[in-house]
Design a protein around this ligand. Structure first.
Ligand code: ADP
Length: 214
């Protein structure tokens, strides 16, 4: 099966083999088999335990969890929450002109703008194509307010800080959209406090391979 490769050192691979065949086994015994001291082995055992390959039980020892690299990767991704990866939102007011919205999109270098009321609560979304469509006609873009052309509430897909990132990704695919506002519930409505876009998901995808910390 593909996707099961994780960068383990030769020694770590050996430890897994020993535990697979002899587990539960104490750290001391693993060390003896490898002709190493328990202290030398400690960092490797810590890594293997943290990565989920091995489990440790006090007074019993280490045993093999039986999980493959891809199973562990899936488990890890399913723990990612919006709050760990969201970006700051870029918003415009409902009465901002389409011209202003286009300028903001260029200045902020983003593809989706959220439209908010005076309480910073979500009223709409503007995509690149929404603005292109409005620009094709002969209308004066300086006097055309964005609330006329935006996709409006309640037809907006949102997410919240505690939602799973993978659910947001699924929504982006299902709804065929580029971004979601991250909101929090207030008495005035849904306050916009972040954004998650296809770029967010792409960044996480790349970091999964290049950065061991996430
Ligand atoms: P584009 O229109 O530039 O391809 P999108 O695919 O993101 O960009 O947007 C498609 C349509 O969906 C647009 O009309 C946009 O207003 C709307 N839209 C964008 N994001 C959302 C969202 N989170 N919820 C509902 N509608 C959205």
């Amino acid at each position: 099966m593909g996707g099961e490769k994780v960068d383990l050192s030769e020694r770590q691979e050996k430890i897994i083999e020993i535990v697979k065949e002899n587990g539960p086994i104490t750290g001391e015994k693993i060390a003896t088999r490898l002709n190493l001291t328990r202290a030398t082995l400690r960092p490797d055992l810590a890594i293997l335990t943290m990565a989920g390959f091995l489990d440790a039980r006090p007074r019993v020892g280490y045993f093999y969890t039986g999980k493959t690299g891809s199973e562990l990767l899936t488990e890890k991704i399913k723990k990612y929450k919006i709050k760990d990866f969201y970006s700051v939102p870029v918003v415009v007011e409902e009465n901002a002109s389409v011209y202003d919205a286009i300028s903001t999109m260029f200045l902020e270098d983003i593809g989706t703008l959220f439209v908010v009321d005076q309480h910073s609560c979500l009223t709409g979304v503007l995509s690149r194509k929404d603005l292109l469509r409005a620009s094709i006609g002969n209308q004066n873009l300086n006097t055309l307010p964005v609330h006329i052309i935006m996709t409006r509430m309640p037809n907006i897909t949102v997410c919240r800080m505690d939602d799973l990132l993978i659910c947001a990704a699924q929504n982006l695919i299902d709804k065929q959209i580029d971004g979601l506002p991250v909101v929090q519930d207030t008495e005035n409505g849904l306050e916009v406090i972040g954004r998650v876009t296809k770029t967010t998901i792409t960044r996480v995808f790349v970091e999964l391979v290049t950065n061991d910390d996430i």
